[in-house]
Design a protein around this ligand. Structure first.
Ligand code: R5P
Length: 293
């Protein structure tokens, strides 16, 4: 039988105020515990930033370059990703359940690259997101697009479902090919996503005025990598984004289409989590590349 508790042995430290620390992510302080815990599985609490590895492109592009065999090209990279962004089909079939970082599930879809892309609808139920242990669900928002209102409605429905289950919602600003990718547009699109309840927002980096995009958005922003560019340029973009207020990157093609994807994702980590300058990160990339050649 356990010893009886004795009043004299207790220490309540009555002079020490109860700990009450603000949550490390912008705009997230008032969220419920479960949501914060999931966000801490997407963003590294020590740097406050994330390297999300995005390979959900197949949901409208099919087996695009670098994603023909996700088991061979992406799975070996997952050890360097804070978070994976993918579809439920790839998660179930290809990603080992031993992966313990955050999972961001693609939650909208419909049209392929052959059709009007803004015509997406929600493509995931909240039960599936819970079953698959998602930390967040991602939905495309086409501000200025042909189906703008429909895509905003997808976002708000997902926010309602996600908040109820304690799963974050990532609003993805999708910019039509005919639109100007400038700070003015990005401020509009990201702010609309945040105002309508997105837990965090994905957008594109712009050379001029990205700091105003980040400042005007009350929730964390991550930047997509976009089309494949030379490694130095992708590292420069990632550096500019985090230095000007982004909470990390959601990078796909500039990692998995790189000449050396494992070296590239590690170099991106240096920029995002350790504030490496672009030239330092590129040197690091080159060193790893030669080591693994
Ligand atoms: C695009 O719609 C996908 O959601 C990608 O996850 C996103 O664009 C990031 O990938 P990338 O860095 O290749 O642009």
């Amino acid at each position: 039988m356990a010893d009886r508790d004795t009043e004299g042995s207790k220490d309540y430290q009555v002079d020490v105020p109860a700990r009450s620390e603000p949550f490390f992510l912008k705009g997230s302080n008032e969220l419920d515990w479960g949501l914060k815990n999931r966000l801490a599985n997407i963003f590294d609490p020590s740097s406050g930033r994330t390297v999300m590895l995005a390979f959900d492109h197949g949901y409208f592009l099919g087996p695009t370059s670098g994603l023909e065999r996700i088991d061979l090209s992406i799975v070996p990279l997952t050890r360097w990703a804070d978070t994976l962004m993918c579809t439920r089909g790839i998660l179930r079939t290809t990603i080992p359940p031993t992966y313990t970082g955050g999972i961001v599930l693609r939650a909208s879809g419909g049209p392929s690259i052959l059709k009007e892309l803004s015509d997406e609808q929600l493509a995931l139920s909240i039960d599936e997101a819970v079953r698959l242990n998602a930390a967040a669900m991602a939905v495309q928002v086409f501000v200025g697009g042909e189906r703008e209102t429909q895509s905003i409605h997808n976002l708000t429905r997902l926010v309602d479902m996600g908040n109820q289950a304690g799963i974050a919602t990532l609003g993805v600003t999708a910019v039509g090919t005919d639109m100007v990718r400038d700070a003015k547009y990005m401020r509009l699109a990201t702010r609309i996503c945040a105002e309508l309840g997105a837990t965090y927002v994905k957008t594109y980096y712009v050379e001029k005025g990205f700091d105003t995009v980040a400042a005007a958005c009350p929730v964390p922003i991550v930047v997509a990598g976009g089309k494949k560019v030379p490694e130095q340029d992708a590292l420069r973009m990632a550096y500019g984004a985090v230095q000007e207020g982004a909470a990390g990157v959601d990078m796909g093609r500039n990692i998995f289409q790189s000449e050396n994807p494992s070296a590239m994702i590690q170099a991106v980590r240096k920029v995002v989590h350790e504030d490496f300058k672009p030239h330092e990160a590129y040197e690091f990339y080159q060193t790893l590349k030669h080591e693994t050649a």
